[in-house]
Ligand binder design. Structure first.
Ligand code: FEO
Length: 383
């Protein structure tokens, strides 16, 4: 995709990755984009770059506007290779280019690349870069998404270059949330938050507080669509809700895998019990739903019920994968339920229960069925 003019002197020069379907374990059915931005001033500034494989797209897009050798400054908001991978190409073209990044950013760039001799300017919150008529203000946002993260605010145009924050894995020819509709953009942002940002709620809250005083006319993240006009307030509001681990008391997810159908029978009974109490419940069979899709679905659910047949004195591999993934992402403020079936040894329910307890979920009574003896299953409701 060609470069896109955002405002006079400011351009999107990134790359669209329509084909990526797995982002280190996170399923990305709609691809993604690596957004980089070019600001033309007395000092010409590139904000972030793209994944290394897309380096030529970046260079081509910059070349539509200026000779890439003329770039004076690179702001590296984040070292993860989806944003820093093509910086090497720009440095090759202009070895003296100034690189503005955080202290951890400098460490990360030096550890990833042959970058010991790069021309670094280490910045912290409150530091500024004046490029002529424009002023960039830097705010450190560690752990959104790595320890090196920062955001850059272009004061005169009220643009927040937010890197991973407010991003979405969404490939499109459209560049603005208003073009695809705020509902679709928020849906993709929720999926991204659930699978990338969720563990860092404390850091998100701090970032929202630090960014609160800024007047923002455009949020330009490093993935997906830019948040413009009326799409900005709902996006910020959602980050408040999500970092609060706000969830819906009337929603439940019943997530399981089953060998011969007994665990699924329990799952369906659990759904009926929720429905009888006016709670919406959804069945998620992990044979058919990827763990990252399951995470997206449970973002707003108060109840997280997980079930597995006992398999070889353990749990089904799909359920083990889901539990490991969810535990790492660490949803909070939830009520859990462990359930399952077994033939003789029957370890699965205990394994699930212990894992949900490590997530600090409040727990409902477990449900355990041998073979298909459902005689006690229907005696009482889960709630
Ligand atoms: Fe999009 Fe943490 O990199």
């Amino acid at each position: 995709m060609a470069s896109v003019k955002i405002k006079d002197n400011i351009y999107w020069v990134g790359a669209i990755d329509f084909n990526i379907r797995n982002f280190h374990g996170y399923k990305t059915p709609d691809g993604t984009s690596y957004n980089a931005y070019l600001v033309i001033d007395e000092k010409i500034t590139l904000i972030d770059s793209v994944k290394e494989a897309f380096s030529q797209d970046l260079i081509d897009n910059i070349s539509e506007i200026i000779d890439p050798k003329k770039i004076d400054v690179i702001i590296c908001n984040h070292v993860e290779p989806d944003h820093s991978g093509a910086i090497q190409e720009v440095v090759k073209l202009n070895p003296n280019v100034e690189i503005y990044t955080s202290a951890n950013g400098k460490k990360g760039l030096m550890a990833y690349y042959d970058a010991a001799d790069w021309n670094y300017h280490v910045v912290g919150t409150g530091d500024q870069l004046n490029t002529g008529k424009y002023t960039f203000n830097f705010v450190m946002t560690p752990l959104i998404h790595w320890p090196d993260n920062m955001v850059s605010y272009l004061e005169e145009e009220e643009i927040l270059f937010s890197n991973d924050a407010f991003g979405q894995h969404y490939a499109s020819n459209k560049r603005y949330a208003s073009e695809v509709g705020v509902a679709k953009a928020l849906e993709k942002a929720k999926d991204y938050y659930a699978n990338i940002v969720l563990p860092y709620d404390v850091q998100v809250k701090k970032a929202l507080k630090d960014l609160g005083p800024l007047k923002i006319s455009l949020i330009a993240p490093s993935h997906g669509l830019m948040w413009d006009g009326e799409t900005i307030p709902p996006m910020l509001d959602k980050y408040v809700d999500w970092s609060d681990n706000k969830c819906d008391e009337k929603k439940a997810m019943v997530i399981y895998d089953t060998m011969w159908g007994a665990t699924e029978t329990i799952a369906k009974k659990i759904v009926k019990d929720f429905n009888a109490k006016g709670i919406e419940a959804e069945l998620i069979d992990l044979k058919y739903t990827h763990v990252s899709e399951a995470m997206d679905k449970l973002m707003e659910a108060k109840y997280i019920c997980v079930g597995s047949s006992t398999l070889n004195r353990s749990i089904m591999p799909t359920v083990a994968s889901f539990l490991a993934y969810m535990r790492g992402l660490g949803p909070k403020n939830r009520i859990g339920l462990a359930f399952g079936s077994y033939g003789w040894s029957g370890e699965s329910v205990k394994i699930i229960e212990e894992t949900l307890e490590t997530c600090k979920f409040e727990m409902l009574d477990t449900i355990k069925v041998q073979y298909k003896d459902f005689s006690k299953l229907y005696e009482k409701s889960i709630l």
